[in-house]
Design a binder for this molecule. Structure first.
Ligand code: AHR
Length: 554
């Protein structure tokens, strides 16, 4: 098929409403096309979709975020200053803490009160840590608790999202933690305790996770058992309406499915509404967790054997990771459909509060840090693709949290003692930050598919995808080109406006394994490019790249 025919057929296959539009003027050289449709907005992209996750796990808190007030590492009340400075650039909307699996072992009372009097406790992850791991990773010193987390959130301008312990604490302790955080100054003993720690005014924590992975580390429940616990935990939790945002209303996030466990979503919601359909209103979001981990190309489902390597991978592994990551779209749509069987009005949204690739150990920037891996250009492309999927489903996804912020899985930052680096994933978050709060608009991508050999058989993967959002007259179009060898010259047409000017920022590298280290922090950094405008916009997306185009419309 000729290039021109391919583009026309693709537009027709995408179901474009072109019947009353002028015939598209295809560029003579471009072999791909993106149409942005301004007058059919999909909804507002919740800023919280650009959320983060920091668990008390190995080097995430102790070393990553918390260095202590007396550290030689520049800090703000004990919090790593370089991290604060970098995070301010990406406008972080919220951070989830303290877990993860850790959350269902955590007693919040251990982490408040005078810092030197706080108890040391066995960390949930102790069993995974080597004997040589730092004490703070194996035995929680509780120096970073609710107050320090609130302080961190304030410094970076983010909202706190606390995950409560449903597995090993009674519901009463959940109410007390809410009271500690949110009761008005001087109103309760816990408010006084908070004031003594320097927080006279309420912390106004709105987002509360009700357990974590309750099908596994969070209690090993059936969905029905968990639903009963959820109702009990969230019934009549104290709220403080006066002088607080959202009238003190709390947003509860229920522990949701792992991957494609549709039965969890269905079983949980069926049991929830056995007490009446209105029970749905007591849930703000259903948490979906999805990690792309199985790179075995169908050879095993084993959690250990199935994992790939963060740094040593070939072209097939590159596409395999992206193929696994691309499953996110079907998971969102699938769980949304199941949710709609019970919640017909779709009052309840999805909260993808853990996502990212998960590789086998061996690539840690700080040897010994468990679950830490080295993000490469592949993970930047993966992350751009995932954020684009969220952007394309603004009516379904109310929040998402990349797992995890620092020194962990798909981290934006790596740090050890006085060393610090922004990873390619962190660069993508900076490039995509402008989508927050924008109006998502449909995009129609037409590009030849990628064909490659996968275990002796021909395999294909899509050639170009992305998302777009509008903020006043500024259009942000983010695009991923996963093709390892083909740059994609692309015509970009904005239906309903003309483009006055444009700027591009792109992230790529000739080496697909490229990554930023403490010694070489600038291997993968965004580059600025001019955008040619001649009627329509023509832009070449380099092979293996993520691009953010800012187009000013008239
Ligand atoms: O992010 C690491 C772990 O992965 C979290 O603690 C848990 O919720 C998930 O299984």
């Amino acid at each position: 098929m000729k290039r021109r025919e391919f583009l026309q057929n693709s537009a027709a296959a995408a179901g474009l409403l072109l019947f009353n539009a002028a015939p598209p003027a295809f560029s003579q050289t471009a072999d791909a096309r993106i149409e942005v449709v301004l007058d059919e907005p999909l909804g507002t992209i919740e800023p919280n979709v650009y959320g983060h996750f920091a668990e008390n796990l190995s080097g995430v808190i102790y070393d990553g975020i918390w260095v202590g007030e007396n550290s030689k590492v520049p800090n703000m009340n004990g919090i790593r200053k370089e991290l604060v400075d970098e995070m301010r650039k990406i406008k972080p909307p919220l951070v989830r803490f303290p877990g993860g699996c850790f959350a269902d072992s955590y007693d919040w009372r251990d982490g408040v009160g005078p810092i030197d009097k706080r108890p040391r406790r066995t960390n949930f992850w102790n069993g995974e840590e080597a004997a040589a791991a730092p004490d703070s990773h194996r035995y929680d010193p509780n120096r970073f608790g609710t107050n320090e987390f609130a302080q961190f959130c304030r410094l970076i301008g983010a909202q706190p999202y606390l995950a409560a312990n449903l597995r090993s604490l009674p519901a009463e302790q959940f109410y007390r933690w809410v009271e500690y955080c949110n009761s008005p100054a001087g109103s309760t003993t816990l408010a006084d305790e908070r004031a003594a720690a320097g927080f006279k005014d309420p912390l106004n924590v709105r987002y509360w996770g009700v357990g974590n992975e309750s099908w596994g580390c969070g209690g090993n429940f059936t969905p029905q058992e968990y639903a009963v616990e959820y109702r009990r935990y969230t019934a009549w939790v104290p709220t403080y309406q006066h002088n607080s945002p959202n009238n003190g209303e709390l947003a509860f996030i229920a522990s949701g499915p792992n991957d494609d466990s549709w039965d969890w979503t269905r079983g949980f919601l069926e049991e929830i509404v056995r007490k009446g359909k209105s029970q749905i209103r007591g849930i703000y979001g259903l948490a979906l967790h999805y990690y792309a981990w199985n790179l075995s190309r169908g050879r095993t489902q084993g959690w250990v054997e199935g994992k790939g390597d963060a740094l040593n991978f070939d072209a097939v592994d590159w596409y395999e990771l992206l193929r696994e990551g691309d499953r996110m779209q079907g998971l969102i749509e699938g769980h949304w459909q199941v949710m709609g069987e019970i919640d017909k009005q779709h009052q309840l949204k999805l909260v993808v509060d853990e996502w990212g690739p998960w590789y086998k150990p061996g690539s840690e920037a700080t040897p010994g840090d468990i679950l830490e891996q080295m993000p490469t250009l592949r993970d930047a492309v993966f992350s751009g693709m995932t954020l684009d999927i969220f952007n394309r489903h603004p009516e379904k996804v109310a929040m998402a949290n990349c797992a995890q912020l620092i020194n962990c899985l798909n981290s934006l930052y790596l740090a050890h003692e006085d060393k610090f680096v922004v990873t390619p994933v962190g660069q993508v978050f900076q490039m995509y930050a402008g989508h927050q709060g924008g109006q998502a608009v449909p995009t129609i991508f037409s590009a030849p598919s990628i064909t490659y050999q996968r275990d002796g058989k021909s395999a294909t993967f899509w050639g170009l995808k992305g998302s777009a959002s509008l903020d006043d007259r500024m259009l942000l179009l983010t695009v991923v080109n996963p093709d390892l060898s083909q740059p994609r010259e692309t015509e970009i047409v904005v239906r309903g406006a003309s483009v006055k000017s444009g700027q591009a920022t792109l992230l790529t590298n000739p080496d697909i394994h490229a990554h930023n280290t403490f010694d070489q922090p600038n291997n993968v950094v965004p580059q600025a490019r001019d955008v040619k405008i001649a009627g329509s916009v023509v832009f070449t997306f380099p092979a293996a790249s993520v691009t953010a185009l800012r187009l000013e419309l008239s």
